[in-house]
Design a protein around this ligand. Structure first.
Ligand code: PTJ
Length: 251
């Protein structure tokens, strides 16, 4: 993380780096201006969480890894904020779990999809989906519903980081197993996810990759992966994150 001139000793290093990357994303035509607002919102929640991966988020990240390894057609969705913040990390996660990457935007424009696809390719991605847009998410207006039929359209497990609530709910209603990364445990995206990861995407994605590699290298069986998924308690994870943010005790 040396892409910016901020001393790593600065107490708000990660938050300044994040702002810088989002700003750069807007300048490059990758991130939407609304992405700046979304970033500010996320940052406030991260501040309240103590800017760390809390234990329930780590459990969610391990569950996400198991769920992605079990999937037949896993897809990782990439929007303008994700592309600016963790492009190389998303490429690494896709390789670790055998998933496709699909650029899928809330404020969809062909130019931005192309810019993000190129950006992901610069970070080592091959075969990025999203431009074909021959599939639809039912229940959303035309532009916001577009997906690739053989990508998110056919996926059984989808990772949707920093997603708008409407689209997250519509994807879940399609019967897909949805893994959401969102710092706000009260957002509709987090609430509709099978696996809500309440953590900063900067920490979450590398940690899911690390768990996936550990599980693969230790030769975890299908039964073991299924057990990890079955034992994950999404309600408890949401409750624990909200309690951490409110700074209160759990009971
Ligand atoms: O690139 P596009 O057109 O697809 O648009 C992307 C944004 C993010 C602008 C769009 O999806 C949007 O408007 O999202 P929302 O409704 O603002 O929701 C974004 C959620 O992500 C909020 O709940 C934020 O708290 C959360 N968030 C923001 N930054 C981070 C985050 N969660 C994890 N890590 C972050 N760094």
């Amino acid at each position: 993380m040396s892409d910016v001139d901020i001393p790593e000793s600065h107490p708000r290093y990660l938050s300044l780096l994040t702002r810088h990357r989002i700003e750069e994303g807007v300048e490059k035509g990758i991130t939407s201006k609304q992405g700046l607002i979304a970033e500010g919102r996320g940052e406030a929640f991260d501040y309240l969480l103590g800017e760390e991966t809390i234990p329930s988020a780590d459990a969610a990240e391990r569950t996400a890894a198991a769920q992605l390894l079990l999937a037949e057609r896993p897809v990782l969705s990439v929007n303008g904020n994700v592309a600016a913040l963790v492009p190389g990390e998303m490429v690494e996660l896709a390789a670790a779990v055998g998933a496709d990457l699909e650029v899928n935007l809330f404020n969809r424009t062909e130019e931005r999809i192309r810019a993000i696809t190129d950006h992901l390719r610069d970070h080592g991605a091959e075969g990025v989906k999203g431009l074909t847009a021959d599939g639809r998410i039912p229940g959303l207006d035309h532009e916001r519903a577009k997906v690739d039929a053989d990508g998110i359209g056919a996926a059984d497990v989808v990772l949707v980081p920093l997603e708008d609530g409407d689209r997250a709910e519509a994807l879940a209603a399609m019967g897909k197993t949805e893994i959401v990364v969102d710092l706000n445990p009260m957002s509709r995206s987090a609430q509709s996810a099978a696996v809500p990861i309440i953590d900063n995407i900067l920490r979450a994605v590398p940690n899911v990759t690390e768990h996936a590699r550990d599980l693969s290298e230790s030769g975890a069986s299908r039964e073991e992966l299924e057990r990890i998924v079955a034992e994950f308690d999404r309600e408890a994870a949401l409750r624990e994150a909200e309690a951490a943010i409110r700074g209160g005790d759990l009971d």
